[in-house]
Each structure stands twice: as structure tokens, then as C-alpha cells.
Design a protein around this ligand. Structure first.
Ligand code: FE2
Length: 378
């Protein structure tokens, strides 16, 4: 039975050609590549020049010292299976195949009838060598796979980083596009009524400076500015006849107009990027004393962002021309705001807004305040 492909080599050393041929045929039948040598010198040369896994040598005869050869072979083929063929049963030392055999020399009787022992022993040796080689191959393959895996992981890291960067850039672009679309929407509402043109941008600007002056957390300023800009987005849902009516509104019309914060809330709730600004949209018409709408919240129940937007919204309405009234001066606006502090608006925020003249932001004659927000400049 052929056990393995011819990757193991047997060296047979014997002074007689016939014996060499017979042994070579036996070992070749086990799947071994067989080299032969008729002298110990030739055998030693072959041992030096190639890997030998099984070494079979004739025992001592007049001109041939096989045992010495086998002993010397340890240097060149330390793991080889060494077998000496002896002439008398008295000299035989039969050992089982016990790896690692190292320098052990197994002595078998050279008779033809004993050849089956030789075949069995070498067969076991080949099986063992195959296992060892397979194990080495496996270790090599695993180590190669490990290296490949590490390379792949590194490559994957690079690809993931690049993709993440691309995604982040796409997300930022998308966010900017969405913001532009929403700002466009708010501007479209303003455009219906020329008197409120620029109102959303100014409310955003006043809200931002008031928030900064009042110590609003820096990380929330962008959302606050965005919410202030879109605070009246619910006016999309208000009928033109009411929204654009030049004269005063009747009770029914006021009731409809006062639906715009909750309509805005409904719109914002359907757009995930607007969720953070819902308090500004829904609660910017609440009053400090609880008399506002839609939730009749009181004092600090009202979200801070909505209290800020409410003041900015009121101030801009007072300080710009409307169809039914002329713009008030900064002083007049500040006086009115002071009067309403604690009734309509947060008194602390009013104090900040008035005492620091934050309403002067859009007045050409006032130089003490600068606004660098993105919305106002857009
Ligand atoms: Fe409003």
C-alpha cells in the first residue's frame, strides 16, 4: 500500500547489488523515494547532500561497517529511522517504532522471510513522518494565514476609515442641504408677507446673542439658532387669508393663528433632524405667568430655548415696521420689555437683553455689538 506521495527519502546501503535492488523495491513500494549506496563512503556522501528519512544498512561484513554508518548518520539525519540488517537472530534487537528515535538503531534479521517486519516498521515510520510533516505544514499555513489575516485587517481598517470619512462628508453635505431646504421653507413663509421679511434670521441672531450673554451651553448654540430660525415653521399650516390679513384678526382667526406652534411641532416631529428644535417651535408663545399657548406652561417649566426665542421674537416685532404700526425705538422696546418681565417673559433674560442693549444688533448707530452667526449672514 502506498502511504504517501514520494516526499520522504530512504537510503539503502548494502555491498551486494541484488540485496540493494530487493530492498529498494520493498521501500519504494511504501511510497518512499529510494537512494542506494554500495559503500559506506557513497552512503555518507548521499547523506551529506540530501535529506534522508529512513536509513537501512547492512550489518558489519568484511568490507562494510553498516553500524558505523548508521551511528555516523545521526549528524546528518538526526530524525531518521535507522535500521541495521543483521545476519543472525542473536544480534537482532527488535524495537517498536517509538519516535523520536534519535540515534537508536533497530536491528532486524536480514533474511528474506523477515522482510515483512522491515516493511511494517518502515511503514509505521512513514506514517509518523507524514503526521509530523502535516503538523508542520499546518503550523506554517496557520502562521501564513495569520499574517494574511493581519494584512487584511490592516487593509480593512484603512478601507473602513476611508468609507467613514466619505460617509461623514456625505452626511455633512446632506445636513447642509437639508438645512438649506428648511431655511428656504422658512424664507418662503416670510416671503408671503413683505413686512416680516428677514424676521426669522433676526430672531435667530437675537436669540443667539441673548443665549451667549445668558451663559447658554456652547454646545447647544447651533441647535438654538436653528430652532430660533424655524420657530414659526408652523405658519405653513395657517391659511393665507389669516396669515396675510392686513387688518386685525377676529377671535376665530386668532384661534387659527395660535395653532401655528402645535402645527409646527407636528411638522418637526415628522423630520428627525428637527426633533431637537421642537421646544423652540412649540413653546415660543408660552408666557412666564402661564397665560400663553399651546401648553400654558409657567416660568421655568417653559424650555429655556423657547423663553429666549420668545423675547427675540417680541423684540423684532416691536422694532420693525408692520402694516398696522411703525417700528419703535430701542429705548421704547426696552421699556416695554422691562414692563412685561415676569409677566410675559423670563425676568432674568429680559434683564440681560435690556441692560446689555442686545436689541441694538441691527441698529446702524450702535457699534458695541457684533453678530457672527451663520444664519444672519446667509
Ligand atoms: Fe410664532
Amino acid at each position: 500500500m502506498r502511504l504517501v506521495a514520494r516526499r520522504f527519502c530512504a537510503l539503502v546501503a548494502h555491498p551486494h547489488v541484488e540485496a540493494l535492488g530487493e530492498l529498494a523495491e520493498l521501500l519504494g513500494g511504501l511510497g518512499l523515494t529510494v537512494e542506494t549506496a554500495r559503500s559506506t563512503v557513497e552512503a555518507m556522501n548521499k547523506l551529506r547532500s540530501q535529506a534522508v528519512h529512513v536509513l537501512v544498512a547492512n550489518h558489519v561484513s568484511a568490507s562494510f561497517d553498516g553500524v558505523a554508518l548508521l551511528e555516523a548518520s545521526v549528524l546528518h539525519a538526526p530524525e531518521a529511522l535507522r535500521i541495521a540488517l543483521v545476519s543472525s537472530p542473536d544480534e537482532a534487537v527488535e524495537l517498536d517504532y517509538r519516535p523520536p528515535h534519535g540515534g537508536t538503531i533497530i536491528r532486524l534479521v536480514a533474511k528474506a522471510s523477515e522482510r515483512s517486519r522491515l516493511v511494517a516498521l518502515v511503514g509505521e515510520g512513514v506514517k509518523f513522518l507524514t503526521l509530523v510533516e502535516d503538523q508542520r505544514d499546518l503550523v506554517r499555513k496557520l502562521s501564513l494565514d495569520q499574517t494574511k489575516l493581519q494584512r487584511r485587517e490592516t487593509l480593512l481598517d484603512v478601507v473602513v476609515r476611508e468609507r467613514t470619512k466619505e460617509l461623514e462628508e456625505s452626511y455633512e453635505k446632506l445636513k447642509a442641504a437639508n438645512r438649506q431646504a428648511l431655511f428656504g421653507l422658512a424664507e418662503a413663509i416670510e416671503a408671503k408677507d413683505p413686512y416680516t421679511k428677514g424676521h426669522c434670521g433676526r430672531v435667530a441672531a437675537y436669540s443667539l446673542v441673548l443665549a451667549r450673554e445668558a451663559g447658554y451651553p456652547a454646545e447647544g448654540l447651533e441647535t438654538l439658532e436653528f430652532g430660533a430660525f424655524l420657530h414659526d415653521i408652523g405658519k405653513i399650516g395657517i391659511r393665507d387669508a389669516v396669515l396675510l390679513k392686513p387688518g386685525p384678526l377676529d377671535d376665530n382667526e386668532w384661534a387659527h393663528m395660535r395653532e401655528h406652534p402645535s402645527k409646527g411641532h407636528d411638522i418637526a416631529s415628522k423630520i428627525s433632524m428637527l426633533h431637537p428644535i421642537m421646544p423652540a417651535v412649540r413653546n415660543h408663545h408660552e408666557r412666564w405667568d402661564g397665560g400663553g399657548y399651546p401648553d400654558k406652561m409657567k416660568d421655568t417649566e417653559i424650555p429655556l430655548v423657547a423663553r429666549i426665542v420668545a423675547i427675540a421674537d417680541a423684540y423684532d416685532a416691536m422694532s420693525t415696521d408692520r402694516p398696522y404700526k411703525k417700528a419703535l425705538s430701542l429705548e421704547e422696546c426696552e421699556a416695554i420689555l422691562r414692563k412685561t418681565a415676569g409677566k410675559m417673559y423670563d425676568p432674568d433674560l429680559i434683564e440681560v437683553f435690556v441692560s446689555r442693549h442686545l436689541g441694538a444688533l441691527y441698529r446702524d448707530d450702535y457699534e458695541g455689538l457684533e453678530y457672527d452667526g451663520a444664519v444672519a449672514s446667509s
